[in-house]
Ligand binder design. Structure first.
Ligand code: NAD
Length: 248
């Protein structure tokens, strides 16, 4: 069988990088998507990964734009091949209490974290259904499940991500394509390092495991969902939060 190709959006970020490494270890050819303005960072990341033995491809695309996402996928198809696995991992936060939130902060988070699922997935889903195999994993968040003070924008987008997962999962289930959500709790990446030290300590105090998660713990779960043997798991949300939020 030809080597399967995986696109990880936000692939040079904290969680995205760990997912790239995990998928490569599972035998996928990995392409890391990056935000166009971060070309230099992406090239440096690619070089560092190569030095560590990971021959990843990189591809530029703004996931908040349908056109840019389309160009990114066409570029990958031309240079690397058709995409069998899509990990929608790109995301941002623009935290503000609702009464102080500006339209730009609302729109940026919805566009990057939710519109992106349409913008990128729409480009690859026909190929997956035609070939009869595909894996789509959307990275949501515990804060989409429970809501978070100061994050009406982010909580709405991340909750929306799972609605998207459940609906699309039904549409493509008969074609060998699974669609699932992974909802991490607080994971040690640049996104959470940006928080004030005291906020971070308050959060850790609420986590039964008394620590943040590691990117490779998220990556492990994503890898499982992309396995051939995960074929019967679809429309599901997997939470991974050190016990911070439990649901059934
Ligand atoms: P990160 O900031 O390290 O990585 C995010 C990546 O997305 C960056 O590389 C960034 O350049 C990219 N990106 C942002 N906007 C983009 C755009 N418009 N087009 C293309 N790429 C864009 O953050 P992370 O912590 O690795 O987060 C990865 C995902 O996990 C996000 O969706 C985030 O919401 C989610 N998440 C993170 C945590 C956490 O605690 N770190 C918890 C739950 C969920």
């Amino acid at each position: 069988m030809a080597e399967r190709i995986a696109l990880v959006t936000g692939g040079i970020g904290g969680i995205g990088s760990a997912i790239c490494v995990e998928l490569a270890a599972k035998g996928f050819k990995v392409v890391a998507g990056y935000y166009p303005a971060e070309k230099d960072d992406a090239e440096a990341w690619q070089e560092k990964q190569r030095a560590e033995g990971n021959a990843f491809e990189i591809a530029s695309g703004d996931v908040s734009s349908f056109e840019s996402s389309s160009d990114m996928v066409k570029d990958i198809e031309a240079r690397v091949g058709p995409i069998d696995v899509l990990i929608n991992c790109a995301g941002i936060t623009r935290d503000k209490t609702f009464r102080k939130m500006e339209p730009d902060q609302w729109k940026a988070v919805i566009a990057t974290n939710l519109d992106s699922l349409f913008n990128v997935t729409r480009q690859v889903v026909d190929g997956m259904t035609e070939r009869g195999w595909g894996r789509i994993v959307n990275i949501s968040s515990v804060n989409g499940q429970r809501g978070q003070f100061g994050q009406t924008n982010y909580s709405a987008a991340k909750a929306g991500a799972h609605g998207f997962t459940m609906a699309l999962a039904q549409e493509v289930a008969r074609k060998g394509v699974t669609v699932n959500t992974v909802s991490p709790g607080y994971i040690a990446t640049e996104m959470t390092k940006a928080m004030a030290e005291e906020v971070r300590e308050q959060i850790i105090a609420q986590v039964p495991m008394s620590r943040m998660g590691e990117p490779d713990e998220v990556a492990y779960l994503v890898g499982v969902l992309c396995d051939d043997r995960a074929a019967y798991i679809t429309g599901a949300n997997y939470e991974l939060n050190g016990g911070l939020f439990m649901s059934f």
